[in-house]
Design a protein around this ligand. Structure first.
Ligand code: ARG
Length: 466
């Protein structure tokens, strides 16, 4: 490549020569912003219609422009469009081709507009579409979990704190915990859409325009609720991209915690779940192995998504109003985070549907580690009127005795228990089984199968409406 080139046909009026090769390389965004082609063309057609309606351009020119843009859309979709780095970005690539096709009328399209509001409107449209894709994917994942919850409303497993056995819970309840998390993600998506649903088109370079444009018309045509209210903010705002990345990072973080649980649960040591061959890989050297690679990769890709959020926050943090070229760096972060998140959501939904639950292993683990110790303490409170703190102490002694005898709490004899506290009766054994433990936790939002079924009904109704 030679360093001297003809000056740019879009803005080269005051330039004697073209950019150095490395300038072109650092400046061009066409390598990635070509992804915005459909939004760019949609925005341009809406803009041209408005220009014609307000008498800024003629109807004949508008028709040529719209026809040309429609043809370009088809060319791009058919893979017949030649993108050029020299033309920097998607906006100038499309416009240059339009000029080639329809001649001088193409030059009228950019009246009362700048690439600054053009890229802002294109990118908003793209992010909004992606928010809708994420909405659907989240709903699919939630539905998968609700089904598993219904199926396992009464399947007992250990509940953990500090990854130490805490109290028995039901697997259905555990599944619904994730439904809650993804529902919050979904509501964050909806909030974000609500805030970003404004069209920046017509803010022009930064100050608005002297042409009698109708920004309400273009906002409506592009499916936005209304136009933005401040031209400076319109071209310098990337909150919608940051909010997308924030939502993506939080969602990815939820997916990663789930991935981590699947990795732990599928070890031979836990053996709580098994992924089928469709979601596992083997080892090239250890024939016995089945690895949860998909879950591990969901966990790992979270780092990438979270990194994009920090990346764009850092790009934006030092920028004075309004537009700076720094902002061109917004796109790769969002595109990659979106593609990554879509894949993570699809893989996780697949795994949730795929995994086989080993109820026997879960139940066995639920009964180990003195998981019903709290139930014992609660019994002392309920049946003997003991203050909870004292009951905690008495129970601690029962656990110590069971540990010394190497048995579970429910295997201690009544005599043993009475040696710790004389008031204990046979009835205590009714709470020492894991089954009775979970069944008793019927407080609203508790782990009892009856509560799980109640919440399953709630989520089914909500998802049907969502
Ligand atoms: N490719 C640019 C971007 O993505 C488009 C806006 C260019 N505006 C400008 N004043 N150079 O940000």
């Amino acid at each position: 490549m030679s360093d001297k080139k003809a000056s740019n046909q879009m803005w080269g009026g005051r330039f004697a020569s073209g950019p150095a090769a490395v300038m072109e390389a650092i400046n061009a965004s066409i390598g990635f912003d070509r992804k915005l082609y459909a939004q760019d063309i949609r925005g341009s057609i809406a803009h041209s219609e408005m220009l014609a309606k307000t008498g800024i351009i003629s109807a004949a020119d508008q028709e040529k422009i719209a026809d040309g843009l429609t043809t370009i859309l088809k060319e791009i979709e058919a893979g017949k469009f030649e993108f050029s780095t020299r033309l920097e970005d998607i906006h100038m690539n499309v416009e240059a081709r339009l000029a080639e096709m329809i001649g001088p009328a193409a030059g009228r399209l950019h009246t009362a507009r700048s690439r600054n509001d053009q890229v802002a409107v294109d990118f908003r449209l793209w992010v909004k579409d992606e928010f809708f894709r994420v909405t659907e994917a989240l709903k699919g994942l939630m539905a998968a979990f609700v089904e598993r919850a219904e199926e396992h409303a009464a399947t007992v497993m250990p509940g953990f704190t500090h990854l130490q056995t805490a109290q028995p819970v039901t697997f259905g309840h555990h599944c619904l915990a994730y439904v809650e998390m993804f529902a919050r993600d979904l509501s964050r998506v909806r909030d974000a859409i609500e805030r970003m649903d404004e069209s920046p088109l017509g803010a022009a370079a930064l100050a608005g325009t002297g042409f009698p444009i109708d920004r309400h018309m273009t906002a409506r045509a592009l499916g936005f609720r209304e136009p933005t209210r401040n031209s400076l903010d319109s071209v310098s705002d990337r909150d919608y991209a940051l909010e997308f990345l924030s939502v993506a990072a939080i969602t990815a973080t939820h997916l990663s915690r789930l991935a981590e649980e699947i990795v732990i649960w599928s070890t031979p040591q836990f053996g709580f779940v098994r992924l089928s061959d469709s979601y596992s890989t083997g080892s090239s050297i250890m024939p016995q192995k089945k690895n949860p690679d998909a879950a591990e990769l969901v966990r790992a890709k979270t780092g990438r998504v979270n990194g994009h959020l920090i990346g764009l926050l850092t790009v934006m943090k030092g920028l004075p109003l309004t537009y700076s070229k720094d902002m061109q760096e917004d796109k790769e972060a969002v595109f990659d985070a979106a593609e990554t998140l879509d894949l993570m959501l699809a893989a996780m939904t697949g795994m949730v549907r795929d995994l086989t639950v080993n109820a026997a292993a879960m139940k066995k683990a639920a009964g180990s580690g003195y998981a019903t110790a709290t139930d014992l303490a609660d019994w002392l409170v309920r049946s003997l009127g003991m203050p909870f703190r004292e009951a905690h102490h008495v129970t601690g002694r029962a656990v110590a005795l069971a540990e010394a005898n190497k048995v579970g709490l429910e295997k201690l004899s009544l005599e043993d228990l009475r040696s710790i506290h004389a008031g204990i009766t046979e009835d205590i054994f009714s709470v020492l089984s894991v089954h009775n433990s979970v069944k008793s936790r019927e407080s609203f939002g508790g782990t009892a199968p009856s509560q799980v079924r109640r919440q399953v009904r709630y989520w089914k109704k909500r998802l049907a409406k969502a």
